[in-house]
Design a binder for this molecule. Structure first.
Ligand SMILES: Nc1ncnc2c1ncn2[C@@H]1O[C@H](COP(=O)(O)OP(=O)(O)OP(=O)(O)O)[C@@H](O)[C@H]1O
Ligand SMILES: [Mg+2]
Length: 383
């Protein structure tokens, strides 16, 4: 049994939330919003320099005095200095690592590229006590959390969703599909739909007004299982109590806001983006073309939902019924959409499990490797 002294550090810096902890733990012990705040003006926080950064919950505590930015958007790092600020915050302020040397596992989204991988290695090896890193794709890691090596991983995160076929631990590149919609877009849609009730909410600065809407979204939204039937009904309004007093009522907004996952154009988005069911369908068709119908059928028995936004009730049932409709060569019982427990932490948990496997030992990049061969050494280890 591993303990803290010999376990690895797992760091999943998502667009919305940073998830971190030791590999011997079952779930991440550190979870905070991936936000960076800087003072609005010189005198707003006495004794604090203008370029000082506040990270995650520290930033939230000083919300009225800061301007905010998100170092990661749609899975892509926007500002490396801020990203490193998040990493430092995790290691020094949250986990308070005191060991002389340690390894870090950094699961990577499908959107990552060669430059990002090298930059991560460069930045992380600037931390003197880090002596090895393990960069790996998040999709096989997420499946590993549920004891699986093959499956169609459907991830619905903060601002990006993706569909990734994984066969015996390997990603089928041709089958990767992405959609720039996640929980933050559902929250924005809910906010727009609730504009009638806005006066109650207008006392909050924009960012934290979003925070309240996000909490409402997580608590009260759901996905229609049968759009034709359910869209004609009006659910009993649910009341949400605001943290500062007062209430707002949510009715049809509860299912209309999440509907953008399946119909991105519902409220005027003109980007012609495909819905979640369509990217899944394309991914399965790509698999069928590249690996044959039997392999595609076998993966359709393991369509696995992960990511925080996949917690919305109704998603597994709706996705299954959409796929049955879109894929006539598959019968209803040939598609199984799984929504396992603790799927919001699947990437982190799978990374924690894989970190200590003998079979992944060769995939770590050591400090010696990095110093000898330079940052591009990470590609040799990245599958
Ligand atoms: N119970 C819930 N119901 C619906 N959505 C939820 C729930 N809990 C969290 N979320 C949403 O999940 C999102 C965060 O999920 P996750 O941590 O998987 O994303 P991320 O890794 O930060 O982002 P990404 O993978 O897009 O880079 C947020 O948008 C949040 O509002
Ligand atoms: Mg994520």
């Amino acid at each position: 049994m591993l303990n803290e002294a010999d376990s690895e550090i797992i760091l999943d810096v998502g667009s919305g939330y940073c998830k971190a902890g030791f590999s011997h733990e079952d779930v991440p012990s550190v979870v905070f919003p991936t936000i960076v705040g800087r003072p609005i003006s010189e005198d707003v926080l006495p004794g604090v320099a203008l370029d000082e950064k506040f990270i995650g919950n520290e930033a939230k505590l000083r919300k009225d005095a800061l301007t905010f930015s998100a170092p990661v958007r749609r899975g892509i790092v926007q500002n490396w200095d801020e990203w490193m600020g998040v990493v430092d915050h995790v290691l020094n302020m949250e986990m308070k690592i005191e060991r002389d040397d340690f390894g870090i596992v950094l699961p990577q989204p499908t959107t990552t590229n060669r430059e990002s991988l090298e930059k991560i290695a460069e930045m992380i090896f600037e931390i003197p006590k880090v002596n090895r890193i393990f960069l790996a794709r998040s999709a096989p890691m997420a499946l590993h959390a549920f004891g699986m090596t093959s499956g169609l991983l459907v991830s619905i995160g903060h601002d990006v969703s993706s569909c990734v076929p994984v066969l015996q631990g390997n990603v089928l590149e041709e089958g990767i599909r992405e959609l720039n919609i996640g929980g933050s877009d559902i929250t924005q849609t809910l906010k727009m739909l609730m504009k009638e009730q806005k006066p109650t909410l207008s006392s909050f600065r924009n960012f934290f007004h979003d925070d309240i809407t996000k909490a409402m979204m997580e608590r009260l939204c759901y996905v229609m299982v049968n759009e034709n039937r359910d869209s004609r009904t009006s659910p009993r309004p649910r009341t949400y109590s605001l943290p500062t007093g007062g209430t707002v009522n949510l009715g049809r907004e509860r299912f209309l806001a999440p509907e953008i996952l399946f119909k991105p154009g519902l409220f005027g988005d003109t980007s012609n983006a495909k819905g979640l069911q369509e990217i899944c369908c394309e991914s399965i068709e790509a698999l069928r073309t590249n690996k044959g119908e039997e392999e595609a059928k076998s993966l359709c028995q393991n369509v696995v939902l992960v990511g925080g936004t996949s917690l919305l009730p109704g998603i597994p049932e709706r996705l299954k019924s959409e796929l049955v409709h879109l894929l006539p060569w598959l019968s209803e019982n040939e598609i199984t959409v799984q929504a396992p427990q603790r799927r919001q932490y699947a990437v982190w948990r799978g990374a924690a499990q894989m970190a200590s496997l003998n079979s992944t030992k060769s995939r770590w990049t050591t400090r010696q490797d990095f110093e000898k061969y330079g940052p591009s050494v990470v590609h040799r280890k990245y599958l």
